[in-house]
Design a protein around this ligand. Sequence first.
Ligand code: NAP
Ligand code: GDP
Length: 330
Amino acid sequence: MPNVYLVTGGTGLVGQGLAHTLATEPVGSRFGKATEDEEWHFLSSKEGDLRDLKETMAIFDKYKPTHVIHLAALVGGLFRNMKYKLTFLRDNCLINDNVLWAAKEHGCVKVISCLSTCVFPDKVTYPIDESHVHQGPPHESNFGYAHGKRLVDVYNHAYNEEFGCNFTSAIPTNIFGPYDNYDLEDSHVIPGLVHKCLLAKKNGTPFIVSGTGKPLRQFIYSRDLAKLFLWQLREYNEIDPIILSVGEKDEVSIKQVADAIVKAVGFEGEYSFDTSKADGQFKKTASNEKLMKYLPDFQFTPFEEALTESVKWFVENYDTARTGIKKASA
Ligand code: NAP
Ligand code: GDP
């Protein structure tokens, strides 16, 4: 019997990165399908609401997965996280509780859940590593989302100790790429600013970046992250999480990100910072030392190249991309 891989959140940024990698990497290669006949299912919320246990169990009954990459989550950037703290906590706790329970009940061989560097404490020594997850409160701007995600690591250890389950997690830094949420307000910084910059170019209006531009972030391209998830699925055997990130030297300021977007979009108009808007956590510099010990030769796509591909994808797919704008075709 071939293995059956279920990707929750399969229609989103990371899920579609995985679908792309599986479609483009040769079968049998390290980041491709292991065998031609393995089955992959990419779930959308239209197939069932994972906040509901009955609907979640029905999905697992239907697909009978042997392995799960659990990406589904209520996801937002800084400003959406600040507005809906309880909803972020509750929805993500419900989704995670149901998916892990269903995976245990269905005897899944392995589950990888996706956390985020938001889980780390606000007051912490740098660089952050995997041992810091539970060592202090997260930044107040996103404590609902952060606590919901942190609990997954607690679940993984409890499932392992009580039932012997092989449930683990990945901690990616900020992610971007095709199929991102390009909403103008309720999105992450790269897709939000790409959309704003394209509109400023089209309408001859100023390009306004929220905050001071000083905070620092590490960005990983969704298609690189997909390769790392596939490696983790096949070769990583710890319950403890692993940070999936570019190195500390690749950390950039939001101003550097905005400059790169201006260049990738070809915007030549007025550009400024709205310092009345929040900066969020100043930095969450994460070490990828653990990852590099496992995969010392991994090649990350250069930031500008990945950004150019993402802008190109958004321009070419504007009519179907998530933009938060009602379109004539919708
Ligand atoms: P995304 O593009 O917003 O996609 C979210 C996915 O989850 C979609 O497939 C969505 O389905 C599904 N989903 C949401 N609520 C659901 C529900 N109640 N029931 C069933 N499915 C539901 O998110 P993403 O950026 O790919 O994020 C994937 C994972 O990476 C998440 O766990 C997130 O926390 C984590 N992460 C993201 C970032 C980042 O910068 N984006 C950084 C670190 C970690 P529909 O499309 O049908 O709505
Ligand atoms: P975070 O890493 O979880 O804080 O997530 P974001 O992707 O939302 O990045 C937030 C950082 O980018 C903060 O310093 C914001 O002030 C800054 N930023 C600048 N413009 C924007 C924007 O249009 N959207 C978002 N989400 N953040 C922006």
